[in-house]
Design a protein around this ligand. Structure first.
Ligand SMILES: [Fe+2]
Ligand SMILES: [Fe+2]
Length: 403
């Protein structure tokens, strides 16, 4: 012990210019956050399929931490966010990828975090650990006979809208929530992103139900948009995914920007076309999977509509946005997708299927409370009903699909 202590002392003194005395003094002065808590909001459960869940815990960094989960009443097991041998040293978010868990079970989770004073490579001082109360969610169940879900869109950081949406979703406790793009106006500052994406106004937007995050055209604007993956838990840090909840198979796809990549406004920094082609290849594979093809109902959620209410006079907007339709529609039809749910125009609309379009499209309103909408989905194995409501509860559209 004496040998080790003197080695440590001499290493620190020679290598990092600190003495054992100052180390001892600093250890007695463990780091603390300005607010008194290391947590800066409730956790968000993202994914949302049971084999791709991610738990995002906002923190007042710098901080580190670990996750514990208990599946179906079992004991808690510890999950580390280790990457290439390193545990987190996070400024804003601790991000935990879960191992695959069964569908349709109770999953309890608990995050423990502590502030870290990283003074130098030889002097890292951990603060007191702090744990959240365990939170229970129910994992999505592909085998369930029914499901209920909510869709938000174009909240654009309008806190009153978010509070009203959250209140209705908290009351209904759906199986999952889709946040269908334009969470923000733009992303300039990493320090604001917890408030933009994880805990707006301190709301626990998806602590107790899984969230499917869809990216909108505003969420790719601004230099810090490149940090978005740190604040979202989409599978493989891309912004498209597919999952099944009871009789409904859901595709979430990323429509990217609303102008061509070579538009001068992007200054040569946009390359959404290759991303759309990657999604085309992914879609071709996804529609072949049995869990998808055998679902009684198939729905696509994507931010920019594939069709516009008026493609004659609104030709500018429509022309720019047609690229996703051209890239994906043949596969959506082949895969039996019956409904597209979008946002972006901020004007609620129902465009029924017919000669002009093979698939019906529901568009949510936004962003002020008087303009915003909540889309509620309810399905059993014979019927899927989507009701688009104003935030005072008034129904604007009801769309019914039969299997
Ligand atoms: Fe928008
Ligand atoms: Fe948009």
């Amino acid at each position: 012990m004496m040998q080790r202590r003197s080695f440590l002392k001499s290493t620190l003194a020679a290598g990092a210019g600190v003495s054992a005395l100052s180390l001892q003094a600093a250890a007695e002065d463990a780091p603390q956050t300005a607010t008194g808590s290391v947590f800066s909001g409730k956790a968000v459960v993202c994914g949302p399929a049971p084999d791709s869940l991610t738990i995002l815990q906002p923190v007042h960094g710098p901080a580190t931490g670990f996750l514990e989960i208990a599946v179906a009443g079992g004991p808690f097991q510890r999950i580390e966010a280790e990457a290439a041998g390193l545990l987190p040293y996070a400024q804003h978010v601790l991000k935990f990828r879960l191992p695959p868990v069964p569908g349709g079970v109770e999953l309890r989770y608990r995050v423990t975090a502590r502030p870290v004073d990283f003074q130098n490579a030889y002097k890292i001082l951990p603060g007191e650990p702090e744990a959240i109360e365990p939170v229970a969610i129910r994992t999505l169940d592909p085998a369930s006979a029914s499901t209920r879900f909510h869709i938000w869109n174009d909240t654009h950081e309008n806190l009153e809208t978010l509070q009203l949406l959250h209140a209705r979703t908290a009351e209904a406790r759906p199986d999952f929530l889709v946040w269908n793009g334009d969470q923000t106006n733009d992303i300039y500052d990493e320090t604001l992103m917890t408030g933009q994406f994880l805990a707006p106004g301190g709301l626990p937007i998806a602590a107790e139900w899984p969230l499917a995050y869809a990216r909108g055209n505003h969420d790719v604007r601004g230099p810090a948009a490149r940090k978005l993956a740190e604040f979202t838990g989409s599978p493989d840090d891309r912004y498209y995914c597919a999952f099944r909840s009871g009789p409904v198979a859901v595709l979430v796809m990323d429509t990217g920007e609303d102008k061509p990549d070579d538009h001068p406004v992007f200054g040569g920094l946009a390359a959404f076309e290759p991303m759309r082609r990657r999604q085309q290849a992914w879609l071709a594979e996804t529609i072949q999977a049995a869990w998808f093809s055998e679902a009684p109902f198939k729905v696509l959620c994507c931010h920019i509509p594939l069709w516009w209410k008026d493609e004659v006079t609104d030709v500018g907007h429509w022309r720019f946005s047609r690229v996703c339709r051209d890239a994906w529609l043949p596969l959506l039809v082949e895969g039996g997708v019956q409904l597209v749910v979008s946002g972006h125009t901020h004007e609620p609309a129902w465009l029924p299927p017919g000669a002009e379009r093979p698939i019906g499209q529901l568009i949510g309103g936004a962003p002020r409370p008087q303009q915003a909408t909540l889309i509620e989905g309810v399905a059993d194995d014979s019927r899927l009903t989507l009701t688009m409501r104003r935030l005072d509860g008034r129904a604007l559209e009801t769309v019914e699909l039969t299997a």
